[in-house]
Design a protein around this ligand. Structure first.
Ligand code: ATP
Ligand code: MG
Length: 355
């Protein structure tokens, strides 16, 4: 039997649940000439929801993840490669005659896939402009292309002033809808909400929340039913209580609960066993993280893990506040309606270590 839960990748088809309104909204929004910016905490399902909406829109689209691009020539090459998947080279050859630097296009003899590259030492400014102009020219205002740039916050790391340059190219374009995604804890808010940033008010800002409990409960129950015919409903509840309905962690925990049930049908507390298994398997990583944290940060994480108030007189409010901001930026802490640890299993590890 195959594990019916998926985590860590973009989920689609039967592994994707709910987000009905969000998918409808994104599809409708992209019918306008505007750009969309999607922000949420890490692993809430941004990439998945956009992949689904874009696919269902039936429009021509390309996606590039900026986390996997190392330089501007690399970004230009990746965009071009994706573009050629949609518009075969033979049909757009006439449009690349304006390129100031000619790309190298080759077929990988092993995989049969196409490789596109630029020489690494050429001026990236020219490349990215030529590639984005090509996309613009291949489309029209009646048939706009959707260009998804995932982990967009990386823009500031790829090259200095790249954000400024991209913005000035993009604002002249009318045949592309840009969808820019990134996580809240990173620089995303600063990029789109800071008046000094070139991307200030670039597009409509959309925030993604957790999955609605009722739908997620149904999703989990249907998949746990075979292995836990008597307790699947209470188990689904316990999983969602434990993870607070977090999309990724809920799927991860459910996958491990299911696995426990298959391997050990007599287990008295499959949830507890699954949590234990996950915490142990990440133990070394958690330990390494912990060793690298400053004492103030450790103290804050311990207080959050044991759900005790931070204002205890031990540290000054300003110290706590700036440490919290830092921890949030680094992804350890998220703010929903209060500050909490992002990873419920790291939280568990901290609690275990305190005992
Ligand atoms: N609609 C959904 N239905 C079920 N599970 C989901 C859904 N959306 C996300 N998940 C779960 O969350 C995981 C992360 O999803 P995804 O990669 O789309 O999120 P993300 O916000 O893009 O993450 P990251 O911050 O790492 O880029 C998925 O692997 C899956 O386990
Ligand atoms: Mg993503």
């Amino acid at each position: 039997m195959e594990n019916p839960f998926r985590f860590g990748t973009i989920v689609e088809e039967e592994y994707f649940t709910d987000r009905v309104e969000e998918v409808a909204y994104i599809k409708q929004f992209l019918k306008s000439a505007n750009h969309l910016v999607l922000i949420s905490p890490r692993r809430f399902g941004k990439s998945s929801v956009v992949a689904k909406a874009v696919k269902e829109s039936g429009r021509k689209h390309i996606t590039v993840n900026l986390q996997q691009t190392t330089s501007v020539p690399d970004l230009s090459a990746k965009l071009l490669k994706e573009f050629f998947k949609v518009h075969p080279l033979e049909r757009v050859r006439h449009l690349i005659t304006h390129f100031r630097v000619i790309p190298t296009v080759s077929t990988n003899p092993v995989t049969g896939s196409m490789d596109v590259s630029f020489q690494p030492n050429v001026d990236g400014t020219v490349l990215i402009e030529d590639v984005l102009t090509l996309i613009e020219r291949a489309h029209s205002s009646k048939d706009r292309m959707i260009v998804v740039l995932d982990e967009f916050q990386e823009i500031r790391e790829i090259a200095p002033k790249l954000d400024k340059q991209l913005r000035s190219i993009m604002q002249e374009q009318n045949h592309i809808n840009y969808v820019l995604l990134g996580s809240q804890e990173s620089m995303m808010t600063d990029i789109f909400e800071n008046k000094k940033s070139p991307f200030y008010h670039f597009g409509e800002l959309m925030r993604l929340g957790k999955l609605p409990r009722k739908d997620f409960h149904k999703y989990l129950s249907e998949r746990l039913m075979d292995v836990f015919p008597k307790s699947y409903e209470t188990l689904s509840d316990s999983i969602l209580d434990y993870t607070g309905c977090h999309p990724y962690y809920s799927q991860q925990l459910a996958a491990n609960v299911w696995q426990t049930g298959v391997l050990n049908p007599d287990s008295e507390d499959p949830l507890d066993e699954a949590v234990d298994h996950i915490v142990k398997s990440h133990g070394l990583d958690y330990e390494r993280l912990w060793m690298n944290l400053k004492r103030t940060n450790r103290w804050i994480l311990q207080r959050l893990a044991s759900e005790k108030p931070l204002q205890s007189g031990e540290y000054r409010t300003s110290t706590i506040y700036s440490a919290l901001k830092r921890l949030q930026k680094d992804g350890y802490v998220i703010y929903a309606d209060r500050y909490e640890l992002e990873d419920p299993f790291f939280k568990q590890w901290i609690v275990n270590e305190m005992e």
